[in-house]
Structures are given as structure tokens and as C-alpha cells.
Design a protein around this ligand. Structure first.
Ligand code: 8YV
Length: 310
């Protein structure tokens, strides 16, 4: 029977269902996970993990019989995909099922930070409304939206922005074929043009600190940054500096450089919306992500093929 190594816990229902169906070892329950892998890593053929728990280069090296990696989530920057490719090990993620929810949240964050929704909620709760009126906010409809990365999530954000009559342009390494939106090869130029810059590209080495000090400066004092991708894409100290120097108007962040640690400087600012990495976190989407993870594991064990390989 194929032995599965599960790196970290998902929902209780998922953990139980997987363990009922297959022979599963929970790595997170081992006293010393690394020592466990050194001693027993050779028995596992399939890894079940998530974008959060990943599978490091060191871990993968301790799994000599590994044949497939099945992950929950669309990001794979935490998984040693280069080593997997070199060893001919296929990796699956859970694309598409989370696209709508992440794009919905990106629009929600954009509207929140510009119309100052969370900030005005704090204003009412603290009793300040009885002393003064709330300052004016920034318009959303008709404003310019720059998207970094026009994959399926970026495209879903662009479609939603159409409902707000927002002109859309995007930056990516290569123009997306047949896209109706204008490609901007220079990210600084896109930031200069945009009122809102939404980060929707993959994380990892290729995009590390792509949104840096010059890009934030180009976004300018009336521009907002929204990040639903990975904290690694934004130079976090440069972002804090740009906010403190009022070089940009505000930011809405669902992801951070060292989750779950959010720098105090960001927490101290009223024009910053902070969310605990909840882009895909709805009952419906998380269920679909777990179902797709299970379906990938089942397909691999039964047919040797993943349903949604990278
Ligand atoms: C996940 C994510 O919720 O899909 C991704 O890449 O970041 C989120 O949807 C989370 O990271 C799962 O572990």
C-alpha cells in the first residue's frame, strides 16, 4: 500500500478522511520531524502538503522513494520544485477553484483601503464620530488599476474591475496572448500610471522584492498598493518606509514577509489594511481545495497520474 507523508494539518475532516482511506503518517505529530525523516523517510512515495507547509529541499532529499507531491493551495514557492523536476517527481496544486474568492477579496481590499471602510468602522466604534466628521476618502469607480501578474487570479481581478469602469493595465515578464488589457513591460511605468497597484503574481526567487522602493515611489502619494500574492514580492522595509514618508497613500495586505509576524510599524498605521492571509479562506473554496487535493492523491495512487500537475 502506498505510504503517504502529510506535512501539516488541514481541516480535521480532511485529516481523518485521508487517514481512513490511506496509510498516512502525520509529520507534524512527530517529536523531531527532521530526525523522523532521516530514519524513516525512505518508506514514503507520496507527500500531501500545502502552500503554507511546503516541502523543503532538505525534506525532499530525505525522501528517496518519493514519486509525487500533492499540495493544497495554488502557490508553490514553499515547495522544492526544482529538485522535484530534476528527480522527475510531479507536483500538483489546487488551481482555479480558489481564483474567484481571491479576486473577490482583492476587490474588497481595494475598496476598503481607498474608501477607508475599516478605518471608518474604528472611527464609529471609538466614539470619535460624536466629536467630528470623518475625512474624505478616495474614489474607486473609473480609477486606474495596474495588475502585477495576469494569471488566472490577475485576470479575475481585471474582470471585476470592469464592473467598476476601471481602466486596466498589467505587468508580467511576457505579454499574455490575446489579452484585451495593455501590457506594460516596465513595472515602474505601470506604477506611475496606476491609482491602484494589485500584486497577483507567484512568489519565489523570480519575483522577490519586485515591488521595491522605486516602484513605490512611482506609485506616488495618491496611489495604493494591494497584495494578495506573497509577502516576498514586496520589499517590506521599503513599503514601511514609503508609507511612513507618505510616498504612497496606503496599502492593503493579505500576505507578509514572515507570516504570521506583521511588523509593528504596519500595525501602527491607520491607512493600512492588514489581513491574516485569508484570500482563499471561505467554507466553499477550502472544501473545493481539499477535494481537489484528495482527487490528485487518489488519481496518482490509482493511475500514476496527477489531475492538476504544475
Ligand atoms: C492557502 C495560498 O490558503 O493557495 C495559496 O497559494 O496562499 C492560500 O490559498 C494557503 O497558503 C494554504 O496553505
Amino acid at each position: 500500500m502506498t505510504r503517504i507523508l502529510q506535512i501539516g494539518p488541514l481541516s480535521e475532516r480532511f485529516n481523518q478522511a485521508l487517514a481512513t482511506e490511506y496509510q498516512v503518517t502525520a509529520l507534524w505529530l512527530q517529536a523531531d520531524p527532521q530526525a523522523f525523516l532521516r530514519e524513516q523517510g525512505e518508506q514514503f512515495e507520496v507527500v500531501a502538503t500545502s502552500a503554507r507547509f511546503g516541502l523543503s529541499t532538505e525534506q525532499m532529499a530525505l525522501l528517496p522513494k518519493l514519486k509525487a507531491v500533492c499540495s493544497f493551495g495554488v502557490g508553490y514557492d514553499s515547495i522544492a520544485v526544482d529538485q522535484a523536476r530534476d528527480r522527475g517527481i510531479p507536483v500538483s496544486t489546487t488551481p482555479d477553484v480558489l481564483t474567484d474568492c481571491v479576486a473577490d477579496l482583492a476587490m474588497g481590499m481595494l475598496i476598503d483601503v481607498s474608501r477607508r471602510i475599516a478605518e471608518s468602522d474604528r472611527f464609529v466604534r471609538s466614539g470619535k464620530w460624536e466629536q467630528a466628521g470623518f475625512p474624505l476618502a478616495m474614489r474607486v469607480s473609473g480609477m486606474r488599476l495596474g495588475i502585477v501578474g495576469l494569471g488566472s487570479i490577475g485576470q479575475a481581478i481585471a474582470r471585476r474591475a470592469g464592473g467598476f469602469d476601471m481602466p486596466v493595465r498589467y505587468h508580467s515578464r511576457r505579454p499574455v496572448a490575446d489579452s484585451a488589457y495593455t501590457h506594460e513591460a516596465d513595472l515602474q511605468e505601470l506604477a506611475r500610471w496606476a491609482d491602484f497597484l494589485v500584486v497577483a503574481c507567484p512568489g519565489g526567487d523570480a519575483t522577490r522584492n519586485l515591488v521595491n522602493a522605486p516602484v513605490l515611489e512611482a506609485l506616488g502619494p495618491k496611489g495604493y498598493l494591494i497584495n494578495i500574492a506573497r509577502g516576498s514580492v514586496v520589499d517590506e522595509p521599503a513599503l514601511i518606509n514609503a508609507l511612513q514618508q507618505h510616498q504612497i497613500a496606503g496599502a492593503a495586505l493579505d500576505v507578509f514577509a514572515k507570516e504570521p509576524n506583521v511588523p509593528q510599524a504596519l500595525r501602527d498605521m491607520n491607512n493600512v489594511l492588514l489581513l491574516p492571509h485569508v484570500g482563499s479562506a471561505t467554507v466553499q473554496t477550502r472544501q473545493q481545495m481539499e477535494d481537489l487535493l484528495t482527487a490528485n492523491i487518489k488519481a496518482f495512487i490509482e493511475s500514476g497520474k496527477l489531475l492538476t500537475p504544475l
